[in-house]
Each structure stands twice: as structure tokens, then as C-alpha cells.
Design a protein around this ligand. Sequence first.
Ligand SMILES: Cc1cc2nc3c(=O)[nH]c(=O)nc-3n(C[C@H](O)[C@H](O)[C@H](O)COP(=O)(O)OP(=O)(O)OC[C@H]3O[C@@H](n4cnc5c(N)ncnc54)[C@H](O)[C@@H]3O)c2cc1C
Length: 405
Amino acid sequence: MPLFDVVIVGGGPIGTAAARAAAEEGASVVLVERRDRIEGPSPCTGLVSLHALVALGASERSIVRRIRAVVLQGPNARAVLRAEVDKAVVVDRAALERELLERAVAAGVEVRLGTAAVGAEPGVLRVQADGETSEIAARVLVGADGPRSDLAAWLGLPHPKERLEAAQVEILAEEAEDTIEVFLGRSVAPGFFAWAVPAEPGRWRVGVAVPGAQDPDPFLESLVARRFPRGRVVSSMRAPIPIPPVTPIVGDGVLLVGDAAAHVKPWSGGGLYVGGVCARLAGRTAARAAREGDASRDRLASYEDACRRAVGGELRFGSAARALLHSMTDTALDAAVTALRDRELAAFLAREADIDHPSRILSRVAAHPRIWAGLYAVWAATRRADPPEPDSTQGDLSSQTIGPV
Ligand SMILES: Cc1cc2nc3c(=O)[nH]c(=O)nc-3n(C[C@H](O)[C@H](O)[C@H](O)COP(=O)(O)OP(=O)(O)OC[C@H]3O[C@@H](n4cnc5c(N)ncnc54)[C@H](O)[C@@H]3O)c2cc1C
């Protein structure tokens, strides 16, 4: 049995980026992916920053749309934040994955599609392809097998304690330009939010995520009926979104990355930027540990520390933001959205907000005293309670369709 330095389980975007990083560090790398082909529709909206593409090592060729504005739709209030430059892009996720795989192969990774990992112990991965079971020996096993990581379970590493359940449809509907929509409120997405993101021409990705025990489907059906009454659903999917933290993400001869390690922004559920940053760290550490002949848990712990240094602060900030959102009543959501209609504040947030580093806004706020009063109004709004008999019914969202914003 040939011995590889690194075997990666999972050929999603993060496993592929980690595999490439390990190969570029000089390691012999094999990647196993149970899908036969990389094609959509994917359990992903594809909304990322350009920095996320850089972190993943991808070009801009999978971009299908550029985003400058967001409509925040509360239960009864609405605000628009519009920037003067692109703030995010929407990618064709399958095209992104194909590009990342091509680049991994070019870096020397042996990619085995149609190959499922079916068991593991330190140093050995059992795989099944075409009905045949075989073993792959590798000094380091990397679990990039998504939010329900089997590798984590086989090697005694934990799964995330908390997760969201997401449902998304692709809809053919009226063309939109550069604006995404975010829907808030207990009747829309209790405990999180719903979204409508324009993608390829005439095509939207519309989704809802709610905390684990709830079923997102009825919320999604209701949103689609109100916001896109004439839209045609062409695909639908369900998937979990893991919520950090998960620790430890390393063990003897194994490390986890991407959704398997809950490398996800807690406030948005986005995993491509955080996972992309950690994929490089995972690939490099795995390659170096294999070269040094030391794949012990103590040696691999430097990877977990590096992830904490790279993304830990933003994940903690994001967790606090999510907890605040979760605690807000419909009245508070409406009051906060209304407060965001302050022109100066809206312009400031649209200009300064960074979807990968939301905490950086704090230092920018300090330098802009003119928006302090507006920001205080938003903060005060977040604490508002619902009246005793709340009326949180929403109107027909299609009649509020965003025109030029
Ligand atoms: C509805 C929804 C919308 C989202 N939208 C966004 C967004 O707009 N922006 C963003 O940044 N993030 C978004 N995310 C999150 C993002 O999709 C994930 O963070 C990202 O896919 C994580 O990549 P990954 O490679 O770690 O895992 P995955 O993409 O889950 O890939 C895991 C891979 O492992 C393979 N695999 C699993 N088990 C085995 C096995 N035993 N053997 C072999 N292969 C195996 C799977 O087939 C899969 O290809 C969204 C998530 C959801 C659910």
C-alpha cells in the first residue's frame, strides 16, 4: 500500500483548497470525494467577498454578479444600505469548486472522485469506489467532509453542539441588479434570517436558516409565496450550517477544517472565507507535520492555535452579534431597521462594513462622532420589547419589490 503524506476526505471548496496548500508545501496528497461529478445545484448561496476568493486561491471566473446594496426587511420596516463600490460577489458554486479542483490537480494532488471514505484510524483511511473497499495509508488525515463529518466521529473528535437548519430554492423571477434582500422577524426566520440573492440573470437564490430543532421549509414556502408570487422554483435543497466553536479540531494523526470544524461566520452562516483562511493553515501544517514525521496531537495543535489567531476574534464577535439578533423582538427589529434609515449612518455602514471582518467597524465608529447618535438609536432599539399582543403579520412583499434603491 503506497504511503501518502496527507489524505483529505472531502472535495468541497475547503478540502480542495487544503489539499492544494499541502501539495504546494511539497507533500504527497490524495483527495477523496464521494461525488462522481462536481455540479450544481449546491447547498450554498455563493455570496462572498473578493477576499474569500483570494483566501481560497480562486480567480474571479466563477463570479456571476456583483453586489453593492442590501435591503433590510424587518417585520414592518425597511431600510436600504447602498455602497458606491462592490461589497460582495455571487459565484456559481459548482464552477468555483471545479476551478479549485483543477488548481489542486495542477499542484500535484491526486484526486479520486466517486470515492467514499467508509472508516478510519490514525494513519489509515478505508475507502469504497465502484463497490470495492480498499485502504489508503497517510501520515495525516484531514477531515474536510462537511458539517456531519464522519472522519471526526471515527477518530473521536466532536461535532458542533449547535447548528442551523437551512433550506434554499433557486427561482426564475424578475431580473435584479446589485441588491440582496435580508428578511428578519419571528414569522419569517425565528432566531436567524432569510435571504433573497440575485445570481445568474433572471435567477435568484432564496433561503431561510433557523436554529437546529426547527423546520425551515414552511418559512421558506411562505417567503417565496409572498416575495416571488410569480417565480418558478427550479431546484430546492436542505443542509445544516454548523455554528462554532468546535474544539478540539485536532487529534493524533488527524485534523478538521471547513464545516467539519465549524469554520463558519456565526452571524451569517457563511463558511467560504473562514474555511478558505483555515484551509491554507490546515494544508501547510499537515504537510510540515508529515515531513517532520510527527503527526501527534501536540504537533498538530499549532494548527488549531493558528486558526484561533487568524479568525477567532471575528468568530467571537460574530457569536455576540448572533446572540443579539436572536434576542431581538419583532418590535426591536423594526425599531433597529427604522433607525438605520438615518442617511448618514446608512452611508457610513454601507461604506465601512466588511463582511469578513465585521468587528473592524468598531474602530471606524470611534473616528466618526457624527454617527454616534444614530448608532445609539440602533442599540437602544435592540432592547425594545413587543407590546402585549404583538401584530407581526407581514404584508405582501411582492408589492414592496425593490425598485431602484
Ligand atoms: C443554504 C446554504 C447557503 C450558504 N451560503 C453561503 C454563502 O453564500 N457564502 C458562504 O461563504 N457560505 C455559505 N454557506 C456555507 C458554505 O456552503 C459552507 O461553509 C461550505 O460549503 C463549507 O465547505 P466544506 O468544503 O467545508 O464542506 P462541504 O461543502 O460540505 O464539502 C464537503 C465535501 O465532503 C464530501 N464528503 C462528505 N463525506 C464524505 C465521505 N465519507 N467520503 C468522501 N467524501 C465525503 C461531500 O460530498 C462534499 O463534497 C451556505 C450554506 C448553506 C447550507
